[in-house]
Design a protein around this ligand. Structure first.
Ligand SMILES: NC(=O)C1=CN([C@@H]2O[C@H](COP(=O)(O)OP(=O)(O)OC[C@H]3O[C@@H](n4cnc5c(N)ncnc54)[C@H](OP(=O)(O)O)[C@@H]3O)[C@@H](O)[C@H]2O)C=CC1
Ligand SMILES: O=C(CO)COP(=O)(O)O
Length: 451
């Protein structure tokens, strides 16, 4: 196995260690400024350390999951850490292993894992996004507590209470699930993983500014739920992480410490609101569209890699609007159901068309919305500008972390990427600048410049 570069790293942990603040949130000592009350979150133990070698059994045993254990991994994550965790758990009791073959977080695999985990007591996931979502979702079905050892800093779902699952129809959705009782990070393992994995996780963090802009826009226009709490807890760490972007690409352990802090905080944010919107808006819809509809054209890229390219696209689109003192002016929504059927197939198209009805506006409704936007725009524009990280800066950061910045770099046909930009808004009822641009009639022209 590749060893971590820069062992020890040039970047030191914040005062209080890698879980400073996170410990307070988990212990109920952190007061949410929005409510004035201590936040209550469903986690028992979150440990992030430069090494967990020798501590695996103690960490799992502290959760009291049971007397027998089942470790779930895939081939790569078994090699990276699963074998080590399974060996360590033998001290505590009998250990079974389930090694999945290139798993996907879809309904067929959920059925398989449900069957394999029947009667299992102490369920221990060792892996990244797909392994964690599978184990999270399956154990969530009967409320069985589980824990996860992270093998890659590739996405922010470890601590979220939602699972991103592909339904039998082929549509990827965000389903309510539960939190891991224990989340354990050995930074040396993730820093030694192939760097494209960490760059993907960095991109999942870079989302903050574009998602906050979309989410606030939706809140101001339609009164949809918005919360600052997820952003408040990660604000300082986002600065430290961006300062260490180059360390992500070079496998620096300290840089990975900050990366995991932001990934973890983003997941904790989901447990405040029960939804992933603060870190999943227009840019995630572009990535989900790629996963659902690229078919043979999918280059095998990771969620976070696609999200990173989506972030830059959204940054350019939002810049177009925020640079203008003139309020956006929208026309009645034109979404062709037949077009959706052609692109998505009849079953997904039906499901999505029903889902997006609240953001389909006729002439009368768009007139009222235009008046509201015109009224709000001078103030709303300034509010939105306060969330911006300039797109040139985000591009520089993503490059420094080693992530792809264009569809071409992803290895995705550019025509298909443009289709994703234009049509991904048809997937979910989350209102973003993709909807503004589409209803303003400029989205196709904008997308035609994306490469
Ligand atoms: N629930 C939530 O809130 C969230 C869920 N997600 C979901 O997570 C999934 C993406 O997860 P992601 O982690 O990016 O990718 P995956 O888990 O799909 O795949 C990553 C792959 O990288 C390989 N790998 C992992 N760790 C190591 C290591 N240490 N050394 C070598 N190889 C390693 C593994 O092997 P292999 O070679 O076998 O592929 C692994 O399967 C998506 O389905 C996404 O939608 C994303 C964000 C949030
Ligand atoms: O991927 C996510 C955050 O990175 C959340 O995904 P969903 O949009 O599926 O909830």
């Amino acid at each position: 196995m590749e060893t971590a570069k820069n062992r020890g790293g040039a970047t030191s942990a914040p005062t209080g260690g890698w879980t400073a603040l996170i410990d307070d949130i988990v212990a109920g000592r952190w007061t949410n400024p929005e409510t004035g009350k201590p936040a209550v979150v469903p986690y028992e133990s979150i440990v992030i350390a430069e090494s967990l070698e020798g501590r695996e059994a103690e960490l799992v045993s502290s959760l009291g999951l049971g007397d027998t254990f089942t470790v779930v991994a895939d081939k790569a994550t078994w090699d990276a850490m699963g074998a080590r965790v399974a060996r360590a758990l033998e001290k505590l009791g009998p250990v079974k292993t389930i090694i999945l073959d290139h798993p996907h977080a879809d309904m067929a695999t959920i059925a398989l894992v449900t069957e394999k985990l029947k009667g299992a007591e102490g369920v221990v996931a060792v892996g990244s996004g797909t392994i964690n979502d599978l184990v999270k979702y399956v154990t969530g079905l009967d409320g069985r507590r589980y824990c996860v050892f992270a093998t890659a800093a590739s996405m922010n779902g470890y601590t979220s209470t939602t699972a991103s699952i592909t339904l039998d129809s082929g549509l990827k959705v965000s389903l309510p699930s539960h939190a891991p009782a224990g989340f354990f990070v050995d930074l040396s393992v993730s820093a030694a993983a192939p760097t494209y994995l960490s760059a993907a996780g960095f991109a999942d963090c870079l989302v903050r500014s574009v998602a906050q802009i979309d989410w606030w826009l939706s809140h101001r226009l339609f009164g949809t739920l918005y919360s600052d709490a997820p952003y408040i807890i990660q604000a300082e760490d986002e600065i430290a992480l961006n300062r260490n972007a180059a360390g992500i690409g070079s496998g620096d352990i300290g840089a990975h410490g900050y990366l995991y802090r932001v990934l973890t905080e983003c997941g904790l944010g989901v447990s405040f609101t029960g939804m992933s919107n603060h870190g999943s808006m227009g840019e995630h819809q572009i990535s989900h569209y790629i996963d659902c509809f690229a078919g043979d054209r999918h280059p095998g890229t990771l969620h976070g890699q696609q999200v990173g390219v989506g972030v830059l696209t959204m940054g350019r689109l939002q810049r177009h609007y925020l640079n203008s003192a003139a309020a956006p002016k929208l026309n009645a929504t034109k979404i062709s159901f037949d077009g959706m059927v052609r692109r998505m197939g009849p079953s997904i198209a039906r499901q999505c068309f029903d889902e997006i009805q609240p953001k389909i506006f006729n002439d009368k409704a768009i007139g009222a919305l235009n008046e509201k936007i015109a009224d709000l725009w001078p103030v709303l524009r300034e509010e939105l500008k306060s969330f911006v990280v300039p797109v040139d800066e985000m591009t520089r950061l993503l490059k420094a972390a080693g992530g792809p910045t264009t569809a071409r770099e992803l290895g995705l046909p550019v025509d298909f990427y443009r289709e994703a930009v234009v049509h991904s808004r048809e997937m979910r009822n989350r209102y973003s600048f993709l909807d503004i641009a589409a209803d303003a009639g400029i989205l196709e022209d904008f997308a035609s410049e994306e490469i």
